[in-house]
Design a protein around this ligand. Structure first.
Ligand code: GLY
Ligand code: MN
Ligand code: MN
Length: 466
């Protein structure tokens, strides 16, 4: 948690941006896993964390813009709670930690909202992403829960995005803590990338690192020899010498900021020539993104330049053909790179995605490109100092996609399908770093996890010798 001044200042800035009305920011509730008292790991709502800092379930934050007053609505613990959970601070004591004097029991919020509605005041809230919060908002606002999203506040969405997109020094320090944990997770995975080990053994161990040093993982770990499946959460296979293991994993710091890294590792410690050639193309796209990222440039244009590096590398290897710029303009590279170059990162691994990606990653000037592959780019707009974005190009050989494109002759002018089919079973390569946009360029957050092929091989071999 940051100092109370930070939260007070953030709420004051938000008040000025919104101008009038009542801002309602519900925190998350406990969510049952298989029965009421056996809940999922509690994760606070990120907007609530940003403005109210408190990491407890069942609270609602209210920013009364017209009366210049902030509230925490929450119920005091009772003796039963104390028996099961131990002594707790009172709601008033909790609220004071983040600079709030006004508190009330949850039931009182109904009257506050009723009277705001009667007085014709605008109630601003964000689109809920959990069923429990959607229900809660529906009943507080007197609307059917499935209609709640129709009434969310675009003004509040834009104000929150404007504030949360630019990370301050305290937030960067928190992200760097998450990056340090991520570094250890990935180097551990590299050392363990030995034939005979089951993927699950590595996944479990690195998730344990995330839990032992922070708040756990920032998203479900992807660790697989079948890296062509972009979000592969199956960890059941035994590692085989000569295959590639893709690891996309990150940590959440105790202050709830994320890291998100991907490395692709040769099982046993030696890339084949074929693997190394593809790896070096992805690495070149990653390095070029780092070199290009700076304030004022659009991430959409950097995505397309990464796609150009990939297309020209694949052309050199004989997998693509024709004019490279034309191939990229036609989306031919998306056979191999069917996802975006990156996304914002902060309190959420895909930061603020609950607000609606088109608002977070795009604006009036830069609109999403509706073309297979590039349509998945979550972040397209101009970079500003303080933005944190991921840099995650990849090349994948997805049998079903290759078969579909060949059968339907999609981009047949730019793809050598005969050659591509020699790569069936190759898997996929993704290399992901987290970037902070600075005044003049961009820098990698945290120590860069080994990425040059020789460095990666040395770490795997080092792991074998231990
Ligand atoms: N970890 C998912 C992603 O890289 O976006
Ligand atoms: Mn990732
Ligand atoms: Mn990512």
């Amino acid at each position: 948690m940051f100092s109370k001044e930070i939260y007070t200042q953030r709420r004051s800035v938000l008040r000025q941006k919104i101008g009038s009305g009542l801002i309602l920011i519900p925190g998350n509730l406990e969510s049952p896993m298989n029965y009421r008292d056996n809940t999922y790991h509690f994760r606070q709502n990120s907007t609530f964390l940003y403005f109210f800092g408190l990491d407890l379930p069942g609270m609602i934050g209210v920013i009364d813009v017209d009366n210049n007053r902030d509230w925490i609505y929450a119920n005091e613990v009772d003796i039963e709670d104390i028996i099961w959970m131990g002594p707790q601070k009172s709601v008033t004591e909790q609220a004071q930690i983040v600079g709030i004097e006004a508190t009330a029991p949850l039931e009182k919020i109904e009257r506050t909202i009723e009277s705001a509605i009667q007085n014709g005041r605008r109630i601003h809230f964000l689109p809920p992403y959990r069923a429990e919060n959607q229900e809660q908002l529906g009943s507080l606002l007197g609307i059917k829960s499935y209609k709640v999203k129709q009434y969310d506040s675009l003004a509040l969405i834009h104000a929150c995005i404007e504030m949360r997109s630019v990370k301050d020094a305290f937030e960067i320090a928190e992200i760097e803590k998450a990056c340090a944990i991520g570094y250890e997770m990935h180097v551990t995975a590299m050392k363990m990338a030995q034939p005979g080990i089951v993927e699950q053994q590595i996944a479990g161990l690195i998730e344990g690192i995330a839990l032992s040093k922070g708040a756990g993982t920032s998203f479900p770990t992807i660790l697989t020899q079948n890296g062509e499946t972009l979000h592969n959460h199956n960890h059941a296979f035994t590692l085989e010498a000569g295959r590639l293991m893709l690891v996309d994993a990150g940590a959440e710091s105790n202050g709830h900021y994320a890291s998100d890294f991907t490395r692709t590792i040769p099982v046993g410690g030696k890339f084949s020539d074929k693997q190394r050639d593809i790896y070096n193309i992805v690495l070149a796209a990653n390095n070029q993104t780092l070199a290009l990222a700076k304030p004022g440039i659009t991430y959409q244009s950097i995505h397309l330049q990464a796609a150009t590096v990939i297309a020209s590398g694949l052309k050199e290897l004989g997998l693509m053909k024709g004019d490279v710029d034309e191939a990229v303009a036609n989306g031919a590279h998306a056979l191999f790179l069917p996802h975006g170059l990156g996304h914002m990162m902060g309190l959420d691994v895909h930061d603020m995605e609950d607000y609606g990606q088109v608002h977070v990653g795009y604006d009036d000037e830069i609109r999403p490109i509706d073309q297979f592959g590039t349509a998945y780019l979550r972040m397209g707009r101009r970079l500003q100092p303080g933005f944190v974005v991921t840099n995650e190009p990849g090349i994948y050989f997805i049998p079903a996609l290759i078969e579909k494109w060949e059968k339907e002759k999609i981009n047949a002018n730019f793809i050598n399908f005969g050659k591509v089919k020699e790569y069936l079973g190759f898997g996929g390569i993704r290399l992901e770093d987290d970037l902070l946009v600075t005044e003049t360029g961009a820098r990698i957050l945290g120590n860069r996890i080994p990425i040059n092929p020789e460095e990666v091989e040395a770490v795997v071999v080092g792991g074998r010798l231990q």
